[in-house]
Write a protein that binds this ligand. Structure first.
Ligand code: NAP
Length: 299
């Protein structure tokens, strides 16, 4: 039985793996897909991870992976479909029918950006379509961009981009916004922000990169970037009934990663927190591994 089973091979899981290995624990990382580095692969360029300016998202993920491998971390491919607490350990059932046993679990399966689901979205992902204004906004300095969504993320993104870009369209499918009225008022006062609501994007167009958005009523606008902020979905379905989740499905846990179940820790984007970035995920992984090591030592 392994000391620590880490579920997820993004920055949180791999950082946890390195810290756990350095604490002399036996570690396995369960990854859903072979060398699946998580959301980071959606960023064509990462400019805000300390010490690696301008690195491609895939390359950053691969670097993390190789770092963990160099410490002897063992990787397994598979999807966890059931997690059960046994007397002194955990049992994890995989979709393949295989069972894994572990003394502790660090759950770092991440969250997915919800997609608009329109033609052009996948084609132009990383070539004009982005899901993270804080990560990619600087690449659109003095350009015309659009933000899709009506929640706080979309409003905050539009405000952030209005300081960098020559023009920002805020596009929402309804006329009422979910996001804070105060932020909306600030956006309405900005000369370089135009709010298009209700407006439904029907396609993202361009030659090799984004140049236009088409709407369901036949209108089109020109822009060089589209920031999609229509919500996130934490990958926590498998935790239902095991630990307490908040109303949106995130795990409520402090920085230590400790959850309502002793020996079960969380790290990264599955945790309820204010800033979801590579650097905060890596920090979470370190904290969760230290908590797991402490737990095993005390036992
Ligand atoms: P959200 O509040 O769930 O908003 C998602 C938005 O995307 C909604 O306006 C929704 O439209 C729209 N949407 C969903 N699917 C769509 C589709 N297929 N096509 C077009 N539009 C679509 O998500 P969020 O903005 O990421 O925020 C998540 C949580 O974090 C919220 O509780 C939010 O308050 C919080 N948050 C807070 C702050 C802050 O306090 N500064 C900042 C960021 C996030 P409808 O409205 O029509 O459903």
């Amino acid at each position: 039985m392994v000391d620590v089973l880490i579920i997820g091979s993004g920055p949180a899981g791999l950082s946890a793996a390195i810290y756990a290995k350095r604490a002399n624990l036996s570690v396995k990382v369960l990854e859903k897909f072979y060398m699946g580095f998580g959301q980071i692969t959606e960023s064509s360029k990462v400019d805000n991870y300390l010490g690696m300016p301008g690195i491609n998202g895939f390359d950053l993920g691969e670097t993390f992976y190789q770092h963990a491998e160099s410490f002897g971390v063992e990787f397994l491919e598979g999807e966890a479909v059931k997690i059960q607490t046994k007397e002194e350990h955990f049992s994890v059932s995989l979709a393949s029918g295989k069972e894994l046993e572990a003394k502790t679990i660090i759950y770092a399966a991440g969250a997915m950006h919800r997609h608009l689901g329109v033609p052009g979205e996948d084609t132009f992902s990383g070539r004009g379509v982005s899901y993270c204004a804080v990560c990619d906004g600087a690449f659109y300095r003095d350009k015309v961009v659009a933000v899709a969504g009506g929640g706080n993320t979309a409003l905050d993104d539009a405000l952030y981009l209005s300081e960098l870009c020559s023009k920002v369209y805020l596009i929402h499918r309804r006329s009422e916004f979910r996001g804070a009225g105060a932020t909306l008022s600030r956006l309405r006062e900005k000369e370089n922000v135009e709010i298009l609501a209700p407006s439904v994007i029907s396609a993202i167009l361009g030659e090799g990169k984004v140049s236009e958005l088409a709407f369901s009523d036949g209108r089109k606008i020109s822009c060089q970037g589209l920031f999609i902020a229509v919500g996130m979905k934490p990958q926590t379905e498998v935790l239902n009934g095991l630990i307490s989740l908040d109303e949106t499905g995130y795990v409520v846990a402090e920085e230590t990663g400790k959850t309502s179940v002793p020996g079960f820790f969380v790290a990264g984007d599955v945790r309820k927190k204010a800033l979801r970035q590579v650097i905060t995920a890596a920090a979470d992984g370190a904290n969760a591994a230290v908590s797991a090591a402490e737990y095993l030592r005390e036992k």
